[in-house]
Ligand binder design. Structure first.
Ligand code: ATP
Ligand code: LTN
Length: 338
């Protein structure tokens, strides 16, 4: 059960497509380290993924794969609450209440909504627009203080903060007001083909993205093909604003090898991009291989995964129900007759 003296951390990833190195370095990698200090709640946000078209069988597989991946990446179900969003009905229920205090204008201004509307022009559904309200519900149900995410989620988190403050002002103090927790160098890993775009699961160009499931040969090939910067200091491995592609590779190297960027710049001085890219590949492979092996092992043990998910959802439901009944009472709904 939750230790009341600790602050609460909540985060989630959608079980859509292949999880990328960006998802790992920007979010999941940082979750494990928080488990001792905080009450951590980690969720596979399957309801969010329905905002774009999914094949049901694929969604089911991706959801379980992601549960196993969380554990393989260091989430310890003994220390953290790990569950699937749709197993806790309070997420969708709070979402309805928060919908009624959220303005359409706030949602239509969201960068992710605009981008996804462009990408999925044939399916601009109401859920796509409402997506950040469901995310606010995820966070606010657990009285969350800190949300470890990548930079692209800061705008959504700002909305969650606004909704919490708006509800608190209107109905008296109910929700904790959460803050984003950003990784210093990993909060925005870029595409290997275009350093002005983030590395994204839904990028149609396979070479732009390293997936956590990629084997060693694939990682080497993708990094060999990664673009570098066409500046006068060709073949110079330096972290600088005018070298966004090399800086991105340096960030990836630093986060996977454990060396600082400065140490890496020194190591690759005068060595050229070929040697550097091979070293980045080696560091990435050394991180991915044990994760892949552990994930495979976990997926072979369905009974264990199911027991983790049952305990996680029971625990989450208990906390979520407390917050939701408070919310229902404050807005004037009559409590069910028992
Ligand atoms: P999509 O491409 O479908 O938008 P995504 O790759 O952004 O998906 P999400 O499930 O939306 O994946 O994101 C999960 C977590 O990973 C979030 O905390 C998000 O901020 C983080 N994240 C995603 N991409 C990156 C990236 N390139 N660098 C750092 N963090 C990232
Ligand atoms: N919108 C997030 C996924 C997400 C999330 C959350 C992250 C849904 N609910 C709650 C943190 C906290 C994304 O990464 N696209």
């Amino acid at each position: 059960m939750a230790d009341e003296s600790k602050q609460t951390v909540f985060s989630g990833v959608q079980p859509t497509g292949k999880i990328t190195l960006g998802n790992y370095l920007g979010a999941i990698k940082n979750w494990g380290a928080l488990q001792q200090r905080y009450n951590c709640i980690y969720c596979v946000v399957d309801l969010h993924s329905l905002t774009v078209t999914q094949l049901p069988a694929e969604l089911r597989k991706n959801t379980l794969d992601l549960v196993a991946l969380y554990i393989a990446c260091g989430i310890d179900p003994q220390l953290s609450t790990l569950f699937i969003q749709s197993h806790v009905p309070q997420h969708a229920e709070l979402c309805w209440i928060l919908d009624t205090i959220c303005y359409v204008g706030e949602l239509s201004r969201m960068t992710q909504f605009k981008e996804k509307s462009r990408k999925h022009a044939d399916n601009i559904n109401a859920g796509l627009m409402n997506y950040p309200v469901l995310m606010a519900s995820d966070i606010l149900l657990y009285q969350t203080n800190l949300v470890p995410v990548g930079k692209d989620q800061v705008q959504h988190l700002e909305l969650a903060r606004n909704l919490a403050q708006r509800f608190n002002a209107r109905y008296s103090d109910t929700f904790a007001v959460p803050e984003a927790l950003l990784s210093k160098t990993g909060n925005s890993i870029k595409s290997l083909q275009d350093p002005s775009a983030k590395m994204s699961k839904s990028d149609p160009n396979d070479n732009a993205v390293i997936c956590l499931t990629d084997d060693a040969d694939t990682v080497v090939r993708k990094l060999r093909r990664a673009v570098t910067d066409s500046d006068s200091s060709f073949n110079c491995v330096r972290h600088a604003a005018d070298k966004p592609a090399v800086s991105n590779l340096l960030n990836i190297y630093s986060l996977t090898s454990g060396e600082t960027v400065a140490q890496a710049e020194k190591r690759f001085e005068g060595k050229g991009y070929g040697v550097f890219k091979q070293a980045v590949a080696d560091a990435v492979i050394a991180v991915l291989q044990p994760i892949q092996a552990r994930q495979k092992q976990l997926l072979a043990d369905k009974a264990y995964l199911e027991s983790v998910l049952k305990t996680g959802a029971d625990n989450a439901r208990y906390i979520a129900a407390k917050t939701l009944s408070k919310v229902y009472r404050k807005v004037g709904l009559i409590a069910p007759i028992r």
